[in-house]
Design a binder for this molecule. Structure first.
Ligand SMILES: C[S@@+](CC[C@H](N)C(=O)[O-])C[C@H]1O[C@@H](n2cnc3c(N)ncnc32)[C@H](O)[C@@H]1O
Length: 276
């Protein structure tokens, strides 16, 4: 029995083996797109907040060999998987693992040079409060990098209102759990409200068609459609769609990953500075 004082949040994607695989596919497929421009200098203290199963951790270590990485997550199971993944894939890396809530960070003020947060704010009731807490542990002039998606940016061919309705289920379930699947567009105002300076947000777009089979497989099918499919039971239980409507929506989404289909999605990547 787990007797630690933490509980994993009920978050919309869950903590299953399928979800761990999906996070790995997502991170590996999108590594070049999402991590380009993020390379921390050797010796720098970097906090990865909400590391999950370590899918981004290995890429952070690749682009910043020699960093002193501290990775935290509120889920003990995810943290154990992250540790195992990094030990297996990057055995020489120096990573400190902490089970911790990012609303109660167990670190001194100004104790990090950089903070990295990826696909976490979308699940939080108070993303501004989380960003303010992360600012506390950044040294003056230290940077925060935040990466989030925005499901409103999903458009595709063949167009289908049924597919959009299935995606809408995920958006509504995430909102009901206190999160925001459309948070990407809010990064600038959130970082500004949390007291950061020099905020720069840029879109990072994924576009997949049959000329990019690795993206069709790794992103359209194994990341995006898999994520929508994973909320099936919750969506049906909540009565958001009938079984037939759901099946039609998923079938139409899958057509976007056939040779005749195309798929577009935009992530947002922010860089901001803690006040000097
Ligand atoms: C979608 S996963 C993303 C994991 C990883 N950053 C990635 O990109 O693969 C979100 C993670 O945030 C963690 N999380 C949610 N709320 C948290 C909190 N209050 N404190 C720390 N971690 C949290 C969850 O446990 C989960 O592992």
């Amino acid at each position: 029995m787990d007797t630690t004082p933490f509980t994993s949040p009920h978050y919309v994607h869950g903590y299953s083996a399928d979800e761990a695989r999906r996070l790995g596919d997502q991170a590996d497929t999108l590594a070049a797109l999402l991590h380009a421009g993020t390379a921390y200098p050797a010796g720098g203290r970097v906090l990865e907040a909400g590391c999950g199963v370590g899918a981004q951790t290995v890429h952070l270590l690749d682009s910043g060999p020699g960093v002193h990485l501290v990775s935290i997550d509120v889920s003990g199971d995810s943290l154990a998987q992250a540790r195992a993944r990094v030990n297996a894939q990057r055995p020489d890396a120096r990573v400190e693992w902490h089970r911790a809530d990012l609303f109660a960070l167990p670190f001194e003020d100004a104790s990090f040079d950089h903070v990295f947060v990826c696909f976490v704010l979308e699940h939080l009731k108070d993303p501004e409060g989380a960003l303010a807490g992360l600012r506390r542990v950044l040294r003056p002039g230290g940077t925060i990098t935040v990466i989030e998606g925005d499901h409103g940016s999903a458009f595709f061919h063949p167009e289908s209102p049924h597919a959009h309705a299935a995606i809408g289920c995920q958006v509504r379930l995430q909102a009901a759990a206190g999160g925001d699947a459309l948070v990407g567009r809010r990064l600038h105002p959130l970082l500004a409200a949390a007291g950061y300076d020099d905020i720069v947000v840029r879109p990072r777009t994924v576009y997949a068609d049959r000329t990019r089979p690795a993206l069709v497989e790794g992103f359209t099918r194994n990341t995006f459609i898999a994520m929508i499919e994973s909320v099936r039971e919750d969506a049906l239980a909540a009565g958001l769609l009938t079984r037939a409507e759901w099946d039609r929506g998923i079938a139409d989404l899958r057509r976007t990953a056939t040779p005749e289909g195309t798929f577009h999605y935009t992530f947002f990547k922010a860089l901001a500075v803690a006040p000097r």
